[in-house]
Ligand binder design. Structure first.
Ligand SMILES: Nc1ncnc2c1ncn2[C@@H]1O[C@H](COP(=O)(O)OP(=O)(O)O)[C@@H](O)[C@H]1O
Ligand SMILES: [Mg+2]
Length: 238
């Protein structure tokens, strides 16, 4: 899958989606150019996770289209979307509790830019814990493992759903540094859902804000980061 700068990594056009017959997302148009990053903000329950689940194929698409690097993917099953280059770090992390750290990663591994050694370089803590079971890990270690497991599939587009949720400040800082590195140095295309608007806006290029399943704001992360009034209005009013 090609991924030159300037191309669109992901395009959603007129997307309506939800769970079974229940519709949550309305008329979403989203474009993410390759090697850029998008923050998705909005309070609890507005549809951020549903949006990511729709991109990945875990939710039900009712109308509209989804393209990955120009290829229509909306009718493909989850594993095909993964094979085509979408890496997904779900809000629930979904670590296998009775597999070791290393086994959790190796079942997902694909040859590419992120062999196990590079993931361990990115997260030395995972190397130290490689023989521990999934259920023996702290929340921060689980989150590192969830990110490592997505990277080891060699994604072209990485979806991160609230990766900082519930973590200690020192771990939040470390994960933010890693996310920044993936965006700025590895040129990975990243979509980041995050409750902390400031953290998300600091590392991303573009931002959308959702309210009740709709996009209510879109712009440059930098602009919104510095427009305190607008940010407060969007986040508190929504
Ligand atoms: N599996 C599901 N089945 C039915 N409704 C769901 C399901 N998951 C989430 N919802 C509903 O979809 C809406 C959006 O939820 P969600 O996408 O999780 O929001 P967010 O991630 O922004 O907090 C909420 O009203 C939530 O109750
Ligand atoms: Mg969510």
């Amino acid at each position: 899958m090609s991924e030159r700068k300037g191309e669109l990594a992901l395009r959603l056009t007129g997307v309506y989606a939800g769970y079974g017959e229940l519709n949550i997302l309305e008329n979403m148009d989203i474009e993410v150019p390759a090697q850029t990053s998008l923050a998705i903000l909005g309070r609890n329950g507005v549809g951020k996770t549903t949006l990511m689940a729709t991109m990945m194929g875990h939710a039900t698409l009712h109308a509209g289209s989804i393209e990955l690097f120009g290829k229509s993917i909306q009718n493909l099953p989850v594993y095909e979307r993964s094979r085509l280059g979408i890496g997904y770090v779900p809000q629930t992390r979904d670590i296998f509790p009775s597999l070791t750290v290393e086994e959790n990663m190796l079942i997902a591994a694909r040859p590419g830019r992120w062999p196990l050694e590079r993931v361990y370089e990115l997260f030395p803590r995972l190397a130290e814990r490689k023989s521990n079971m999934g259920n023996q890990l702290s929340g921060g270690e689980q989150q590192m493992l969830a990110v490592g497991r997505a990277l080891i599939c060699d994604p072209s587009l990485l979806l991160l759903d609230e990766p900082l949720e519930g973590l200690a400040p020192v771990i939040v800082q470390m994960l933010m540094d890693v996310i920044k590195k993936l965006i700025r140095e590895e040129n990975l295309t990243v979509i980041l859902v995050e409750q902390s608007a400031k953290l998300a806006l600091q590392v991303t290029d573009q931002v959308i804000v959702l309210n009740r399943g709709q996009v209510t704001y879109r712009g440059h992360s930098k602009d919104l980061l510095h427009d305190h009034e607008k940010l407060a209005q969007l986040i508190s009013a929504n």
